[in-house]
Design a protein around this ligand. Structure first.
Ligand SMILES: [Zn+2]
Length: 200
């Protein structure tokens, strides 16, 4: 296979990138200075070296030598709240909104109606049990307002059902438009959704 096609196909595997965009990236890189290509290649090849997965919230981070990420290691945060998000980018969006001060858990995906997809069930149950001992009172389901997000939320409610006498389960309030992804919601919308969360 020709090198242009080979790289285009590799890029097309990235989320949200199709074959045509893959090709566009390749031609962009061909026209870019060699130093830019070298820097990009170095960043990609070293990505796994200093990135760790937080054993508490499961997010990927580069936080120094500690295993736990800065949000989980921060003793000033509210242990009574645990927010469940689909992916690392959603957690980043909530942090940018700047009003949530509780803990996080990254589910690592969604479940589709056709039975595809996976979430970190075992880790979620371990974290929930451990956090209940540490004072957890409420799990906030912060999933996208999509059919997959709702389906995933239903499944998480089933998983957490045995703990319903110890914690309440809430979902983000309206304000998040139907079909919208948390990652792309603006800070004001997220603040309103958080303030308007209700038990469900
Ligand atoms: Zn963490």
């Amino acid at each position: 296979m020709d090198r242009i096609d080979e790289l285009a196909r590799a890029l097309a595997k990235l989320p949200g990138i199709g074959p045509r965009q893959g090709k566009r990236f390749v031609y962009y890189l061909l026209s870019a200075p060699e130093s830019e290509r070298t820097r990009l290649a170095a960043l990609i090849s070293s990505l796994g070296n200093d990135v760790r997965q937080c054993p508490e919230c499961q997010r990927f981070h580069t936080g120094g030598s500690a295993d736990a990420c800065l949000y989980c290691a921060d003793r000033g945060r509210d242990d009574s709240l645990l927010m469940l998000v689909e992916k690392d980018q959603d957690l980043a969006a909530i942090e940018r909104a700047g009003t949530y001060r509780g803990r996080y858990f990254v589910l690592g995906g969604v479940l589709t109606l056709s039975g595809k997809g996976a979430i970190r069930e075992k880790e979620l149950l371990n974290t929930t049990r451990r956090r209940i001992v540490g004072g957890l009172k409420e799990a906030v389901l912060a999933l996208s307002a999509t059919s997959e997000g709702e389906h995933t939320a239903d499944h998480v409610r089933l998983l957490l059902a045995p703990y319903r006498n110890q914690i309440k389960i809430s979902t983000l309030g309206r304000g998040l438009a139907t079909g919208s992804e948390l990652e792309y919601s603006d800070a004001e919308t997220l603040r309103a959704a958080l303030a308007g969360r209700k038990e469900a």
